[in-house]
Design a protein around this ligand. Structure first.
Ligand SMILES: C[S@@+](CC[C@H](N)C(=O)[O-])C[C@H]1O[C@@H](n2cnc3c(N)ncnc32)[C@H](O)[C@@H]1O
Length: 398
């Protein structure tokens, strides 16, 4: 059996089953370029999930006290500081359970002047309403080891509200304020095409959806897309990336896809097996939402939107059988609405609505027909003619 030290030294063994404290202690000082850690968040929960293939994965995030949790992280982050190169960067992923305490620990260990950013990872996730704001972000605290840190400026597109002068303008400072630079005649001086807007500290990257090919079934798995961005910001090709709480191996997959060296460890043997399997065929699910923008999902025509609005519906996208659900009905009285499409016969429209509505246990169905009324349709269906919408929600829910 090889010692931990021998294994760490062996370049072919880059993923280890170990408590990261032992693992880190074996690493040479100033040997790593980028560290990303996604430790337990102090949720006081057991995280469990079952993969599509039926494997059960879990890890514990239960602690006797907050101090126990903070001490656990403090000694490990101290080791991370030691192994990080002087040009290196560290990204600590956390959430509102402990981010405010962890910021202080990082200030202590890395120094306040090496705080670089508080990155907000923002995503949309739905849950039942409770008496609180829906938590839709997590925090990634970014520190460098010194002021000589590696950093790649990334440019993004201008927002749709930016006008052409703002894009082409050259900036000047007047009385301490930034203004457009103008010539003697008062015309805005063009600086020529720009590369875009530097990436901000709010990152909108979708959460992995349950059907994403990339999803392994490991609880709290992060998207490769998120890790690719971190690695892109804080390292160069060939650099060594370390994830001491690697879980399903997302960071290492992203590092491999981006031609970085990688090192990872986890205390859980299932996580290590999963990581090794993922690294054999690393891939990333491309987010359609990111590629095309949220508007790409908004496929309703103005005609359809007007009808759904008239019927007081919550608009449903990406479903051929249901275009809207009437708002404010009782849970057992769901009313599904479908608008016949131009390329559908009326019988096809009936059958699509019946099948989608039955699957969702809808009590009533409303079909908005473009011209003909179907000869046959079920008793729980109301057929309206699109050009002459008279029936209102009140009548439907009687
Ligand atoms: C939030 S998960 C990481 C998820 C990972 N980023 C992913 O995308 O799959 C935290 C991981 O830390 C591991 N862990 C907990 N204590 C550890 C320790 N002392 N040393 C190494 N790993 C540990 C858990 O087994 C779990 O896999």
């Amino acid at each position: 059996m090889k010692s931990l030290k021998q294994l760490v030294e062996n370049l072919n063994s880059k993923v280890m089953l170990s408590d990261c404290l032992d693992f880190l202690r074996e690493l040479p000082t100033e040997s790593v370029d980028l560290i990303y850690l996604d430790p337990p968040f102090f949720t006081q929960k057991e995280h469990r999930l079952t993969s599509r293939q039926g494997e059960e994965y879990s890890f514990s995030d239960r602690w006797n006290s907050k101090n126990e949790y903070l001490d656990f992280l403090r000694i490990r982050v101290l080791e991370m500081h030691r192994v990080l190169k002087s040009t290196g960067n560290i990204f600590l992923h956390c959430d509102n359970n402990a981010s405010h305490y962890l910021r202080i620990i990082l200030d202590d260990i890395f120094g306040e002047n090496n705080f670089r950013s508080e990155i907000i990872w923002s995503y949309k996730r739905w849950s039942n309403s409770s008496k609180n704001l829906l938590p839709n972000h997590q925090v990634i605290l970014y520190y460098s080891k010194s002021l000589r840190y590696a950093f790649n400026v990334i440019f993004t597109d201008y927002s749709p509200t930016t006008n052409v002068d703002q894009i082409l303008q050259e900036r000047a400072r007047e009385n301490g304020k930034s203004t457009y630079k103008k010539d003697e005649e008062g015309n805005v001086i063009s600086s020529g095409p720009k590369r875009g807007v530097p990436l901000s500290d709010v990152w909108e990257i979708p959460f992995l959806n349950p059907k994403a090919k990339e999803r392994t079934g490991y609880p709290t798995q992060k998207p490769v897309e998120l890790l690719k961005r971190i690695i892109e910001v804080g390292s160069r090709k060939g650099d060594l990336v370390l994830d001491p709480f690697c879980g399903s191996g997302t960071t290492l997959v992203a590092a491999k896809l981006m031609d970085r060296q990688y090192l990872g460890c986890d205390i859980n043997s299932d996580a290590i097996a999963l990581t090794k399997a993922r690294l054999e065929q690393p891939f990333m699910t491309e987010s359609v939402l990111l590629k095309k923008g949220a508007q790409a999902y908004n496929t309703k025509t103005d005609y359809e939107k007007a009808i759904l609005d008239e019927l007081n519906c919550t608009v449903v996208q990406r479903n051929r059988g249901i275009d809207g659900i009437i708002k404010n009905t009782r849970k057992d009285d769901l009313v599904a609405v479908k608008i016949q499409r131009q390329d559908e016969s009326i019988d096809e429209a009936v059958s699509l609505l019946v099948s989608a509505g039955t699957k969702r246990k809808c009590k009533k169905l409303v079909l908005v027909a473009r011209s003909d009324i179907p000869k046959e349709y079920p008793k729980n269906m109301v057929v309206l003619q699109g050009f002459n919408l008279q029936m209102k929600v009140s009548q439907l829910s009687k």
